[in-house]
Design a protein around this ligand. Structure first.
Ligand SMILES: [Zn+2]
Length: 144
């Protein structure tokens, strides 16, 4: 009986973390379109996370521009706020900008409401202020 509460807690945590993983990753629930083998043979998409970074992002943008390649940047709202000129450059050079939360915090340790308000909406507002466009794509940190 002493172990019931810790066991119940572990079960609930495993359920909270495991159920979304099963539904989205394994069964594709809420996923717009899963990659098919046929599409993967014809196309490739470059995506970059965790920026913008004043050391690497300008070099990456130079490389992409010189090669005529477009990419998607999933930026952290806190870094977009700190380096708006880099986000502006991404946008002006035709790259897509997505959200990667305000900070690189694991979603599993936050409530859905907290994720939406403090990370997704806040980051979308920052990106929209800089580029004039509201981002529509989201990549959760650590893939969860
Ligand atoms: Zn990341």
């Amino acid at each position: 009986m002493d172990n019931l509460i810790p066991r119940l807690l572990i079960f609930l945590i495993a359920l909270y973390m495991g159920l979304p993983f099963l539904l989205t990753r394994i069964f594709g629930w809420g996923v717009f379109r899963k990659a098919s083998r046929k599409r993967a043979e014809r196309h490739i998409a470059f995506t970059f996370d965790d920026g913008p970074d004043p050391r690497y992002t300008p070099k990456l943008l130079d490389l992409l521009r010189d090669r005529g390649v477009k990419a998607t940047f999933f930026v952290l709202g806190s870094k977009a706020e700190k380096y708006p000129e880099l986000v502006k450059r991404m946008h002006e050079e035709g790259h897509q900008i997505g959200i990667h939360n305000y900070t690189h915090m694991l979603n599993w340790i936050m409530s859905p409401r907290n994720i939406l308000r403090k990370h997704v909406e806040r980051s979308a507002d920052i990106i929209q202020r800089i580029t004039g466009e509201r981002p529509t794509y989201y990549r959760p940190p650590w893939g969860f």
